[in-house]
Design a binder for this molecule. Structure first.
Ligand SMILES: [Fe+2]
Length: 196
């Protein structure tokens, strides 16, 4: 028997899914992600959608990834992430998948990186702009422009983000500093945390 697809119950579930489904009809990936960004900002500000209580619970030793929905029809994946104070990511890619990420709660530092050159598993990146994103803001990444870091720089507040990926993202590459602008690529399997 195959596992049922993730599908948590929460107030506003149908509205969220209807909005995402409608945005997928916008056209190419630029149009789809632009539409999703707008809808996500609107949904966060409207407060009609109340994410499941579990997504407000940080996990002590890593930022939490909880998949709350996977579309049986379109294959996209909706993942809520919970960032405890100081938690964040190294530079990472998105496995070639577009994604749209919205801040639900708290504030995050997001820095985009540009890939300047590659030598085998060594990558040279340069920070191409950073922002502090608060509730109701959303951004998107379309490969090949898919490198960034996310950090909750707060010393005491939890942050929550909602991520919509073109498909389930089960792995990605993470990049660790070597010297100067050079980073070493390591493949990483992404696991999800229990959501209930
Ligand atoms: Fe990311």
């Amino acid at each position: 028997m195959s596992q049922p697809l993730p599908n948590l119950a929460f107030p506003g579930h149908d509205k969220l899914i209807r909005s995402i489904d409608a945005a997928l009809a916008a056209g190419d990936e630029h149009a789809v992600t632009a539409s999703l960004r707008n809808k996500l900002c609107q949904l966060i500000r409207d407060h009609d959608v109340e994410l499941p209580a579990c997504v407000h619970e940080p996990i002590v030793d890593h930022y939490a990834r909880r998949e709350i929905y996977r579309s049986p029809e379109h294959g996209y994946s909706v993942v809520a992430m919970t960032w405890g104070p100081g938690q964040g990511t190294p530079i990472h890619d998105h496995s070639g998948l577009w994604c749209v990420e919205g801040v639900w709660d708290g504030e995050l530092e997001i820095v985009q990186y540009e890939l300047l050159e590659q030598d085998g598993d060594r990558f040279r990146f340069r920070a191409a702009g950073g922002m502090n994103a608060g509730p109701g803001s959303a951004g998107s990444l379309i490969p090949p422009h898919e490198y960034h870091t996310i950090t909750n720089a707060s010393s005491d507040k939890v942050a929550v983000t909602l991520h919509i990926y073109k498909a389930s993202m089960d792995c990605c590459s993470k990049f660790y500093p070597q010297s100067g602008e050079w980073f070493e690529r390591r493949d990483s399997t992404l696991v999800t945390d229990a959501a209930d």
